[in-house]
Design a binder for this molecule. Sequence first.
Ligand code: AP5
Length: 214
Amino acid sequence: MNIVLFGPPGVGKGTQSDNLVNELGITHFAMGDILREAVKEGTALGLKAKTYMDSGKLVPDALVIGMIEARIMDPEVTGGFLLDGFPRNVSQAEALASMLEKHGESIDRVVFMDAPEAMLLKRLSGRLICRACGFGFHRHYSPPRKEGRCDRCSGELYQRDDDKEEVIGQRLEVYGEQTRPLLEYYKALPAFRRLDASGEMTAVYAELMKAVKN
Ligand code: AP5
């Protein structure tokens, strides 16, 4: 099964994807994580991407499309994939459609997750991530047992640079201008599902599972 998950920053795409890919046995491609990895490794592409990410703007299509195509077309990826954070504008969606067609693949579900902006702000500003294993927490909604330390591996928890207040506003603006129009692009497809992601995590997951299976 091939799934596309899209929605505003902080709506819970990463949180829900982790559970979903484990349950369905598919591969998770999170565009933001792929880019952050490139930044950490200091590759030429990562260095270029960093400037855009730090200011809350989208990384140019020419960089991200090639990165995602290489991954989803990897022959070792069997059983399907979940795309989280790609596509993020209409031209990326068109590129995805043509790369899938070229390789005889298609999208089985496109799930749009949404929640009110005030809730997105709370989720983003309280997010904490483990520097060692990447697991996500939230200061209020899913706090770690020991402050500043990951429950899973005891790694150090940090706040993403782009989760600082001044960058969050810009990310939400970019989302409204460039990513939300994907709704028009996808909503007529039989594969399209809309999900209210404002509930608590387990309730949202149950609804997501229904959206994927029905
Ligand atoms: P990316 O990392 O993809 O960021 P994003 O889309 O802004 O999404 P987030 O990771 O912020 O949010 P999420 O929906 O995954 O929320 P999460 O589950 O963590 O992209 C970062 C940057 O990379 C972009 O700004 C851009 O520069 C670049 N980029 C990425 N893709 C690109 C592309 N295709 N093209 C060009 N550039 C690209 O949840 C957030 C918090 O809320 C967590 O703390 C979580 O614990 C909590 N939470 C989640 N669900 C709930 C719930 N139901 N109740 C309470 N708390 C909850």
